[in-house]
Write a protein that binds this ligand. Structure first.
Ligand SMILES: NC(=O)c1ccc[n+]([C@@H]2O[C@H](COP(=O)([O-])OP(=O)(O)OC[C@H]3O[C@@H](n4cnc5c(N)ncnc54)[C@H](OP(=O)(O)O)[C@@H]3O)[C@@H](O)[C@H]2O)c1
Length: 289
């Protein structure tokens, strides 16, 4: 039986992994949440990782408050970079493989075609910067690590754009939503399936764990405006949505204008099919209803 440690089980992704693990019989999974493990407490972090003979460590923790990070750089760095390095180092000492999640915000968004894993990174925000440092420090500390960059994550668990738009759409008659930022929404349930597939298939099938950086989002492309229209339409909410420009919705942290990820590598290496974002939105909304 493969021993797996999932750190950060109460976040969007962690909670999806926890739900899906209930149906699996080939993995023995231990979960920690902020309550039971604060990853900035390095002593506690290393002791937790060393407590069992884990073969895989999945890190779902992150400092994800993108705007707040601009004024809380130290804390963002502790969670997104220092703790990630420590996870890598400790996992290396016990011979465990690490799966860590990163973000499309490591890019500046000036591309006009989907970003491949080796595209030049150039984060525009403290959040993006700390996530990129985390990726680099993890891969240096533990070469048996896999970093999955994802984008626009949402889930039935936790707070996210989908829930915010449903609430605002019900409260207001009209909403202004940005149309000049383009990316791909990602249902955390799909990413959870992929992470578990990578662990389950390692050494079992013709697929084996191949470390490095991978991109994963749902298929397709959308602006926040398109995404909002789809959410409201599927929820039968008749709020008028007005497309607005980024300059009309200033935020402390700049966002990439274009952050579509190229997913050819993860599909080929791990033999997966990725659902189209509208189909996955249906799945998530039906769970929320
Ligand atoms: N959300 C997105 O749109 C998005 C987009 C691209 C990439 N990603 C990446 O995808 C991954 C999963 O994101 P997510 O949306 O699932 O994040 P999330 O919902 O914010 O979950 C992160 C979890 O980490 C926990 N946490 C924060 N500080 C901690 C600490 N010091 N010790 C232990 N746990 C701590 C949080 O607890 P509290 O909630 O109690 O603070 C939360 O449960 C992250 O690596 C993120 O950077 C997310």
């Amino acid at each position: 039986m493969k021993q797996v440690l999932v750190i950060g089980s109460e976040g969007q992704l962690g909670a999806e992994i926890k739900v899906k693990c209930k149906k699996l019989t080939d993995l023995q999974v231990t979960f920690t949440s902020l309550e039971t493990l604060d990853v900035t407490n390095i002593e506690q972090l290393t002791a937790t990782i060393k407590a069992k003979q884990y073969s895989y460590i999945v890190n779902c923790t992150a400092y994800t408050a993108v705007d707040k990070a601009e004024s809380e750089k130290d804390l963002a760095n502790k969670i997104n970079a220092l703790a990630v390095e420590k996870i890598g180092e400790t996992a290396n000492n016990i011979g465990a493989k690490v799966i860590h999640v990163s973000t499309d915000y490591v890019f500046d968004g000036k591309n006009h075609f989907p970003y491949k894993e080796d595209a030049t990174t150039c984060p525009q925000s403290v959040y993006g910067e700390t996530k990129l440092t985390g990726e680099r420090q993890l891969l240096a500390a533990n070469p048996e690590s896999l970093v999955i960059r994802t984008s626009w994550l949402y889930s039935a668990h936790g707070n996210n754009f989908v829930k915010t738009m449903i609430r605002l759409g019900q409260e207001r008659e009209e909403l202004g939503v940005i149309f000049d930022q383009v990316g791909t929404p990602t249902y955390a349930g799909d990413l959870a399936d992929t992470i578990l597939h990578i662990i389950e298939s390692d050494n079992n099938q013709s697929i084996s764990f191949a470390p490095g950086i991978y991109h994963y989002s749902n298929e397709g492309v959308a602006s926040w405006y398109d995404f909002t229209l789809a959410i409201l339409e599927k929820m039968n909410i008749s709020c008028k949505v007005k497309p607005i420009e980024t300059k009309d919705y200033p935020t402390p942290a700049p966002r990439p204008h274009y952050s579509v990820l190229n997913k050819v590598k993860i599909k080929a290496v791990y033999n997966i099919e990725i659902p189209y974002w509208r189909d996955s939105l249906d799945v998530c909304l039906s769970k929320m209803k």
